[in-house]
Design a protein around this ligand. Structure first.
Ligand SMILES: Cc1cc2nc3c(=O)[nH]c(=O)nc-3n(C[C@H](O)[C@H](O)[C@H](O)COP(=O)(O)OP(=O)(O)OC[C@H]3O[C@@H](n4cnc5c(N)ncnc54)[C@H](O)[C@@H]3O)c2cc1C
Length: 402
């Protein structure tokens, strides 16, 4: 008999990583607790470009019809524009033949996934802030949670940190946390929804400019999402005013100047500072696993962060259910970290390496220009590079909207 506060798996964070893991584990019969500090639906800073491989995940998770019904825009290609207007296109079908990318706000997408988690029996607590891990000896055995009613402890055999780049649980074990945050790149990201843009229908457009890049693409209700990254020093120089940063930095890109000239804001600006990219400590302590951005933050120009979140939810769920004794046998909990590290590395290491190399060009205008001209000249090379930012097996997966 289970007590009300005891679960097989406790997951903090209900972004795509947390809900993907929660739904898959619940469908395998696990008792799952999912904690989310916000009340959904909520806006989220993101480019809202949903890579075509995500459709296969939505199908497996049982939300594909709901996502399409929410009004997602079909995005057949991504077009990269250098500051001076050179362009290179990457068709969405290079990633998964027969599928298209989607544009949909995170408030809609995340809400659909959360509703599905509730429907398959996950115990969901919103407005529930995971304040820290519960410790038993040197292992994590659950999570402490703060709500408006007070604080509570929830015990679980496995605890998963899916809180995104904040790593709300894992960071308690990050010895170098203070030092690494001093070494941050000094970038700020902004996002807003716009009307009246001149983005090409069916395209996600990426603009490079001095000190960063941004993306513009259609979402639901005829709106566009504009999301961009700029160095913190450029932002400070403009009094941290997003409208000035847009006019004076982003619109230095000739294509952005054209598509955004008559655009009007339809949402407040969201902003967040970025503290670096790449892989973090995956399994910081016995009993605690990380997924999604809490595990690795892939560069946004790849348009694959949500895909990695959905996939890492799948990898963690597969790892847990592959050991039937996991929810009873303490030894299995110890072994699972090793197993998870192995599976995760085989799935993600290569694309994180490729993205890290491309990042060097993304923040240096003449390199971005050269890369666009170089890859523009060869469809074969371009296709190869685009696919290197994904997992090989994903490209074989098919998902159709019909
Ligand atoms: C500028 C920018 C543009 C991007 N554009 C794209 C794009 O176009 N396409 C794409 O695929 N990816 C994009 N990404 C990446 C994408 O947003 C992330 O990879 C994705 O959101 C990761 O999902 P996640 O579930 O790991 O984390 P998140 O989506 O960050 O979800 C984490 C959840 O945890 C909750 N949470 C946080 N702390 C706590 C706590 N203590 N207790 C309880 N809950 C908590 C949060 O409220 C949130 O709901 C972009 C990222 C940035 C920064």
């Amino acid at each position: 008999m289970h007590s009300a506060n005891t679960f097989d798996v406790a997951i903090a964070g209900a972004g795509p990583a947390g809900t993907s893991a929660a739904i898959r584990l619940a469908l395998h019969g696990a008792r799952v607790l999912l904690l989310e500090e916000k009340k959904f639906p909520r806006a989220k800073l993101c480019g809202e470009f949903i890579s075509p491989e995500c459709l296969a995940h939505f199908q497996q998770l049982g939300v594909i019809d709901q996502i399409i019904a929410a009004g997602a825009t079909l995005l057949g290609e991504t077009v990269f524009y250098s500051a001076r207007g050179y362009q290179v296109a990457v068709p969405s079908e290079w990633f998964t033949s027969g599928a298209t990318a989607l544009g949909l706000s995170r408030s809609e997408m995340d809400q659909r996934l959360l509703e599905r988690a509730k429907a398959v029996g996950v115990v969901v607590l919103e407005n529930a802030h995971a304040t820290g891990p519960l410790l038993e000896g040197d292992s994590v055995c659950g999570v402490n949670v703060k709500t408006s009613a007070g604080t509570s402890d929830y015990r679980a055999r496995i605890t998963i940190d899916a809180t995104g780049r904040t790593r709300a649980l894992a960071r308690h074990f990050d010895r170098h946390h203070r030092r690494s945050s001093k070494r941050k790149r000094g970038l700020v990201a902004f996002k807003a929804h716009l009307e009246n843009t001149r983005v090409t229908p069916g395209a996600c457009e990426i603009y490079f400019y001095a000190s960063g890049y941004g993306g513009l693409s259609g979402i639901e209700h005829g709106l566009s999402n504009l999301c961009f990254i700029v160095s913190a020093s450029e932002v400070r120089r403009r009094g941290s005013d997003p409208d000035r940063v847009l006019q004076e930095v982003v619109m230095q890109n000739s294509r952005a100047a054209e598509t955004l000239r008559e655009a009007r804001l339809r949402s407040p600006w969201l902003s967040v500072s970025l503290e670096g990219f790449g892989r973090k400590t995956l399994t910081p302590v016995n009993g605690l696993l990380t997924i999604g951005d809490a595990a690795s933050f892939i560069d946004p120009f790849t348009g694959s962060g949500m895909l990695m979140a959905l996939e890492s939810g799948e990898v963690v769920a597969e790892t847990i259910v592959s050991r039937p004794g996991i929810l009873r046998d303490a030894q299995t909990v110890e072994l699972i970290a090793e197993d998870y590290e192995r599976r995760y590395t085989s799935r993600f290491a290569s694309r994180l390496r490729v993205s890290g190399l491309l990042r060097r060009a993304a923040f240096v205008p003449y390199l971005a220009e050269t890369a666009i001209l170089f890859f523009g000249a060869s469809t074969r090379l371009r296709r190869k590079l685009a696919r290197a930012t994904r997992h090989a097996n994903q490209q074989k997966a098919r998902a159709s909207l019909s």
